[in-house]
Design a protein around this ligand. Structure first.
Ligand code: HEC
Ligand code: HEC
Length: 144
């Protein structure tokens, strides 16, 4: 039996900043603002690093799934066996066109197993809005 397994590790400090019998800040009063600042900076940096890391990890997984034609999805959903007539109209339309254009599951179904990295969706929406506006202006130029 391990000693470590027998210990209960509290998830976080209590209201006094203590972990069980220990913890708290035994420092001169004048240092408190500086320590608060340090703690805030640390939290901010940690969150920022996590977001960047998640995004980079997600991009890597998407790339490798694209390279295998979304093998992970096809283990369970093989598109040759997809009966698009049994799907919702939107699904059927997007699938028929998407597969014809050589797209793979992960091109359209990102964020199905994990939530999307922060800011990703907003970025895509902005990109689509720009592309939509460009298409409209191209069409109006062509007709005018
Ligand atoms: C381990 C098997 C398995 C894998 C791997 C898998 N799926 Fe599924 N998927 C299922 C099952 C089972 C359902 C539920 C079907 C139902 O409830 O009708 C489902 C449902 C779905 C749905 C429909 C959700 C809804 O609410 O209608 C989508 C979209 C989907 N999967 C896409 C994917 C994509 C994209 C991948 C790859 C990233 C994937 N799946 C990987 C088994 C799997
Ligand atoms: C061109 C984009 C695109 C591609 C490629 C794509 N999907 Fe979809 N899929 C959609 C859209 C859009 C929907 C409907 C809205 C939704 O559920 O997200 C959908 C819906 C689905 C559904 C629910 C079907 C229903 O209506 O009951 C399943 C399951 C699914 N997709 C699986 C897959 C799998 C597996 C792949 C890869 C073999 C794949 N999709 C590739 C866009 C795509």
């Amino acid at each position: 039996m391990s000693i470590i397994a027998d210990q209960t590790v509290p998830a976080g400090p209590d209201a006094r900043g203590r972990f069980g019998d220990y913890g708290g800040r035994y420092v001169p009063e004048v240092l408190i603002p500086a320590l608060d600042e340090l703690a805030a900076a640390w939290t901010e940096l940690r969150d920022e690093a996590e977001h960047r890391f998640r995004r980079a990890m997600a991009e890597r997984v998407w790339e490798s799934m694209k390279a295998t034609d979304s093998r992970e999805c096809r283990n369970c959903h093989e598109f040759q066996h997809m009966d698009t007539t049994k799907q919702e109209r939107v699904s059927a339309r997007r699938h028929e066109r998407g597969f014809k254009e050589g797209q793979t599951c992960i091109d359209c179904h990102k964020g199905i197993a994990h939530h999307l990295p922060q800011g990703y969706e907003e970025e895509q929406e902005a990109k689509e809005a720009v592309e939509g506006a460009q298409a409209v202006s191209r069409r109006s130029r062509a007709s005018g």
